[in-house]
Design a protein around this ligand. Structure first.
Ligand code: FE
Ligand code: FE
Length: 292
């Protein structure tokens, strides 16, 4: 691993509010995994995260984050090195278990492997899907790293969590260019052409797109890019922005997300035993050092 810019935080703490709170009941059997009401302190933390997110994530803010992070000049690391770094993250969101982040990565991958033994690239996607959280080591606030994402540049849709009570101080909602349903977009323009609120999904997607040797199929890259976009994939909002390819990718993302959510109570994987298997997948699909 080579640090190009030194991290400014040694053990950042994050509450992955996407995992704590889910707005819809689509994954009914998973409900308890995102029941944010079960802890008041945690609930307050999540509410504050979304208030900050919905106040500060604007078109201008997102463009500035693209400018900052899509230069890929923060660090150079192999996948396993980046996973080890992520492991220093403290996940405050989990009052039941305090599993390190690397376990969430291996659990997600292993659950995918059980159901999709032949789709090794999807298993790898499970392993790496949260690597974008390394932004937290560079003082990126919680609300610009984790949490459900939404579209900036148009009106926040009803299934965005706290949409009724958290956007009042966001300057974009007062801007007539941005505060209609379509805002700056055309109907059916495609989700790959809209600006989502900044977070770990889009960042890792772009990191992988930028990596010359990355051969993960587009379906897998889309799972990474949109896994936190609950208002679309679970809330069924923003349909007017979809194009044909978005409709086709939706089942992949819903399928992927059940492994991501479900893993918190799964058995603890033996990481050392599994490492060679996953290292081979890394070498096959994302060889070499990656620029973050
Ligand atoms: Fe995530
Ligand atoms: Fe995850």
């Amino acid at each position: 691993m080579r640090l190009l810019i030194n991290p400014s935080v040694s053990a950042p703490s994050l509450v992955d509010s996407s995992l704590v709170f889910r707005p819809e009941e689509k994954h009914k059997e998973l409900e308890e995994f995102r029941d944010y009401n079960k802890s008041d302190k945690l609930g307050e933390m999540v509410r504050k995260t979304y208030l900050d997110m919905h106040t500060n994530q604007t078109v201008e803010f997102v463009k500035a984050k693209h400018e900052k992070w899509l230069k890929f000049d923060h660090l150079e690391a192999g996948v396993m090195e980046a996973l080890e770094m992520l492991n220093e993250l403290v996940d405050e969101s989990d009052p039941d278990t305090s599993l390190p982040n690397i376990l969430h990565a291996f659990q997600t991958a292993e659950r995918i492997r059980e159901e999709h033994p032949n789709e090794d690239w999807l298993q790898l996607v499970g392993l790496i899907h949260d690597l974008g959280k390394i932004m937290a080591f560079y003082s990126e606030p919680q609300w610009a790293v984790v949490g459900d994402t939404f579209v900036v540049g148009c009106k926040p849709q009803p299934s965005v969590v706290y949409s009724q009570s958290s956007f009042h101080d966001n300057p974009d909602v007062k801007d007539p260019a941005y505060n209609t349903d379509l805002g700056i977009y055309q109907p059916g323009c495609g989700l790959s052409n809209v600006l989502l609120s900044w977070g770990h999904d889009e960042y890792l997607y772009q990191v992988l797109k930028n990596h010359p040797g990355c051969s993960i199929p587009q379906e897998g890259l889309n799972c990474i890019r949109f896994h936190s976009f609950y208002p679309w994939h679970t809330g069924e909002d923003y349909k007017f922005l979809e194009d044909q390819s978005d409709k086709e990718m939706l089942p992949w993302i819903l399928n992927f997300n059940k492994f991501d959510l479900y893993t918190k109570s799964s058995k603890v994987p033996d990481i050392e035993a599994l490492r060679p298997y996953y290292q081979a997948l890394v070498d096959k699909y994302i060889p070499g050092k990656i620029m973050f």
